[in-house]
Design a protein around this ligand. Sequence first.
Ligand SMILES: *Cc1c(COP(=O)(O)O)cnc(C)c1O
Length: 421
Amino acid sequence: MSPQALAESTSIAPAVFTTDAFDAAVMKTYGRFAIALERGEGCRVWDTEGRSYLDFVAGIATCTLGHAHPVMTHAVTQQIQKLHHVSNLYYIPEQGALAAWLVANSCADRAFFCNSGAEANEGAIKLARKYAHTVLDIDEPVILTAQASFHGRTLATITATGQPKYQKNFSPLVPGFEYIPYNDIAALEATIARLETDGPRVAAIMLEALQGEGGVRPGDQAYFQRVREICDDRGILLILDEVQVGVGRTGKTWGYENLGIEPDVFTSAKGLGGGIPIGALMCKAKCNVFEPGDHASTYGGNPFACGVALAVCQTVGAPGFLENVRDRGEQLRAGLNQLAAQYSNLIDEVRGWGLINGLALKADAGFSSIDVVKSAMGDGLLLVPAGPQVVRYVPPLVVSAEEIDQALAATARALATLTAA
Ligand SMILES: *Cc1c(COP(=O)(O)O)cnc(C)c1O
């Protein structure tokens, strides 16, 4: 068979899709909604039954440019035809170009590439530990992380994640983590004092600039500025997990720009490749302590992922792009705040930055975030919960004013239906 005939004989999607056939072959690690999406364009996706949805999930804050964006299809096809993977045994021009863009457009001096958010955070944890051993002279370093945080699903990152539900049944966890309440300076100071009665132990403080999975909770400026001072005073590292909020999601390139501080280390993943798997670990020169052999990833920084991510980054960095993110975010929050005023008995508050926003329900609303998500889905709008009480809005960053209005109208209908029930 010729290579072309062989290519045409391979089938990459089943002719007929059924959830039964799917569940007979795939591990049941996710609670899935019973639709299957097969096509997308801009902020719209279509399921296998031909129904269309306005996508305010974007692959969980990942499809930065939406679906089938010309920049994505151009970068993907160009790079796959040229070279897609070679390993880090050799220099990779696309990797260098992406790193240069990230360094030029952030507070960091160096980048390391991997494939996901959890893997980027694993790298940050290893970097902080090596910094503790080799620079701070701490033998058993502790990293402080926040309650209600989310840092990923590997063993070290579920340990870093301050939510027992992600850790249940997976003990023994990784040693060297302690939890602090988010946005609470007194508790942070008390925890450091408690841990350091016999000398320095805390090597790093690792936080999200805005807690995504934990309920769309923005960081408090005064808190983060004080955390920065504490890290500077002690010479310890401030690590920010920017996996969900980085690359323009908040209306600024990085989440930390909303807080008036710079981290020593930060991680990026979700939006970085616009849906192509890639993660990045970024650090300042002073903590660039990895040497050859310390850390690696076979796929990490391959020409394909880096070429596409660079195209995404350049698009996010183009004039006017972030302005749209900020304007659409304000439009969305204004509309959600109107609903919050109308349903003040049900809605606690609206919070977020740029195009990561949460509609927080009251504990006694009588329904939870998943009910709103299901009702909206039946009406052609995709949303995702951030915990039991918060409905999360994370559309592609190219969303239009008209699409924001459509999402608001569908949310209003969902709330009306749920209150009538
Ligand atoms: C999604 C997420 C992760 C994990 O990323 P994966 O790519 O799923 O490993 C880590 N941190 C934050 C803040 C996230 O939102």
